[in-house]
Design a protein around this ligand. Structure first.
Ligand code: PLP
Length: 429
C-alpha cells in the first residue's frame, strides 16, 4: 500500500502543530514511520488520504462502538446543529441523557457532563477530596486517567512511597499527593494505606485496564480493593472512560459485580463528540457546585451537539444490549484466529482479552500489570504493526493500547485480519 500523501500531510502538519498531531499516540513514535491521515470513515472502515481502505480496530480509541458515521448519531448531530450549537443555558436534552445514563449504570443517582475523559477524572478526584476532606489519592502504574497533573505520576525505580512526576511541568507538590500501587496487587495498596492512614481520599482505577494493553483484574484483587476502601473510608473511583457503555450497559461495575463510589465516563458516552462525565450517589454529588462547595464548570459542557450524539448512541445500546454479546463473540473469534496464527510463528506471545477489548504482547510471561506489559518485545511489535498496516489493517500504534472492536465489523473483516496475520513474517532480521 502507498502512504505518500499521508507522509506529505504529516510533514506539513509538523510545521504548525507540535509533532504534527493533537494527541501524542497518533504520531507513531512507538512504531516508527509516518502516521496515516484519515479522509473519512464509514462503518468498520477508514479511508485515508492516499485512497487506501483500512479495517479499523481502534474505533477512535473506543467511542465508535457502533461503527463510523453511524446514521442515527449523524442525524442527531445534523438536527441539533441546525438549531444552534451552544447556548450557555440549560437544555432538556441534558436531562434526557442524564436520566438514560443513570438508568443504565448501577449505583449512580446523578451525573455531571464535561468535555473529555481527562476533565471527568480530574473533577472526580476533586469531588472525592472535597467530600472526604483528605488530600492523597492512590493510582496504579500503567493506568491512564487523562493528562491532568495528579495522574502523570510514575514510580521511581526505588520504593514506591511517593510518586515522582513523569512529565516536566508537574510539581513535586502534586506528585506528593499521588501514591502509586501495582495493578492486580492488593498488597501494594494495603502497604500504601497503612503508611498513609487517614490521609487518602480515593483510589482511582481502570476496572479493566486498557492503557497498558488490555489487562483484566483478578476477582480477588478487585473485590479486595472494594473491601479495603470501604473499611478505610476511602472512595473507590472506577475510571470507566474506556469500559463504560462498552463492556455492558452498566460497564465494568455490572460485569464485575462491584459498586464503585464515583464513576467516570468518556469515549462511548459522547458518540464520537467530546463528552466526559462523572457520577455517584446523590449524597456525594450534592457536594458539587452549585449544590455544594466543590467547584466544577464548563462553557461548552452539555452542549446540544454532544448531548445529541451521546443520546443517540446510548439509546441504541440500551435498546439493543445484544450488541455487547455479539461484540464479545467477534472479539473471541479474533482472539482464537490470532492465537492459531501466532502459534505457528514460534515466537513468545500473549493475547489478553476482556469483552470487546483485546491486546497482543510479544512476551512469554503473562501480562498482568505494567511491569509485565513493559516486557513486550517492541521490535517484534513494530514488524507486526507495520505488517498488518501494509495489508490494510489498522491496529493501535503502540503495544500499550487496547483494540476496540465495533459493531460494524463483519466476520469476513475478522477473517481477512486473521489471514493477514497468518501471512506475516514476524522474525526480526
Ligand atoms: C481515554 C481515557 C481517559 C482520558 O480521556 P480523554 O477524553 O482523552 O481526555 C481517561 N481514562 C481512561 C481510562 C481513558 O482510556
Amino acid at each position: 500500500m502507498i502512504y505518500q500523501r499521508s507522509s506529505a500531510l504529516f510533514a506539513e502538519a509538523k510545521k504548525y502543530i507540535p509533532g504534527g498531531v493533537n494527541s501524542p499516540v497518533r504520531a507513531f513514535k512507538a512504531v516508527g514511520g509516518d502516521p496515516i491521515f484519515v479522509k473519512e470513515a464509514k462503518g468498520a472502515y477508514l479511508y485515508d488520504e492516499d485512497g487506501n481502505r483500512l479495517i479499523d480496530y481502534i474505533a477512535s480509541w473506543g467511542p465508535m462502538i457502533l461503527g463510523h458515521a453511524h446514521e442515527p448519531v449523524v442525524q442527531a448531530v445534523i438536527e441539533k446543529t441546525k438549531k444552534g450549537t451552544s447556548f450557555g443555558m440549560p437544555t432538556e436534552i441534558e436531562t434526557e441523557l442524564a436520566q438514560l445514563a443513570v438508568s443504565m449504570v448501577p449505583n449512580i443517582d446523578k451525573i455531571r457532563f464535561v468535555n473529555s475523559g481527562t476533565e471527568a477524572c480530574m473533577s472526580a478526584v476533586r469531588l472525592a477530596r472535597g467530600y472526604t476532606g483528605k488530600d492523597k489519592i492512590i493510582k496504579f502504574a500503567g493506568c491512564y486517567h487523562g493528562h491532568s497533573d495528579s495522574f502523570l505520576i510514575q514510580a521511581g525505580s526505588g520504593a514506591v512511597t511517593f510518586g515522582s512526576p513523569n512529565s516536566p511541568g508537574v510539581t513535586q507538590g502534586t506528585a506528593r499527593d499521588t501514591l502509586l500501587a501495582d495493578y492486580n496487587n492488593l498488597e501494594s495498596v494495603r502497604t500504601l494505606v497503612e503508611a498513609n492512614r487517614g490521609a487518602i481520599a480515593a483510589v482511582i482505577i481502570e476496572p479493566v485496564a486498557g492503557n497498558m494493553g488490555c489487562i483484566p483484574p483478578t476477582d480477588k484483587f478487585i473485590q479486595g480493593l472494594r473491601t479495603l476502601c470501604t473499611a478505610e473510608n476511602i472512595l473507590l473511583i472506577f475510571d470507566e472512560v474506556m469500559t463504560g457503555f462498552r463492556l455492558a450497559r452498566g460497564g465494568a461495575q455490572e460485569v464485575l459485580g462491584i459498586d464503585a463510589d464515583i464513576v467516570t465516563f468518556g469515549k462511548v458516552i459522547g458518540g464520537g463528540l467530546p463528552v466526559g462525565a462523572f457520577a455517584a450517589n446523590a449524597e456525594i454529588m450534592a457536594h458539587l457546585a452549585p449544590e455544594g462547595p466543590v467547584y466544577q464548570a464548563g462553557t461548552l459542557s452539555g452542549n446540544p451537539l454532544a448531548m445529541g450524539a451521546g443520546l443517540a448512541m446510548l439509546t441504541e445500546l440500551n435498546e439493543r444490549p445484544e450488541i455487547f454479546e455479539s461484540l464479545e463473540e467477534k472479539t473471541i473469534h479474533l482472539h482464537e484466529g490470532f492465537d492459531n496464527a501466532l502459534k505457528k510463528k514460534g515466537l513468545p506471545y500473549q493475547i489478553n482479552r476482556f469483552g470487546s477489548m483485546l491486546s497482543v504482547h510479544f512476551t512469554d510471561t503473562p501480562v498482568v500489570d505494567f511491569a509485565t506489559s513493559a516486557k513486550g518485545n517492541n521490535a517484534t511489535f513494530k514488524r507486526y504493526f507495520h505488517g498488518m498496516l501494509e495489508q490494510g489493517v489498522y491496529l493501535p500504534p503502540s503495544a500499550f493500547e487496547s483494540y476496540f472492536l465495533n459493531d460494524a465489523l463483519s466476520y469476513s473483516d475478522l477473517d481477512e485480519t486473521i489471514a493477514a496475520l497468518d501471512r506475516l513474517d514476524l522474525r526480526v532480521v
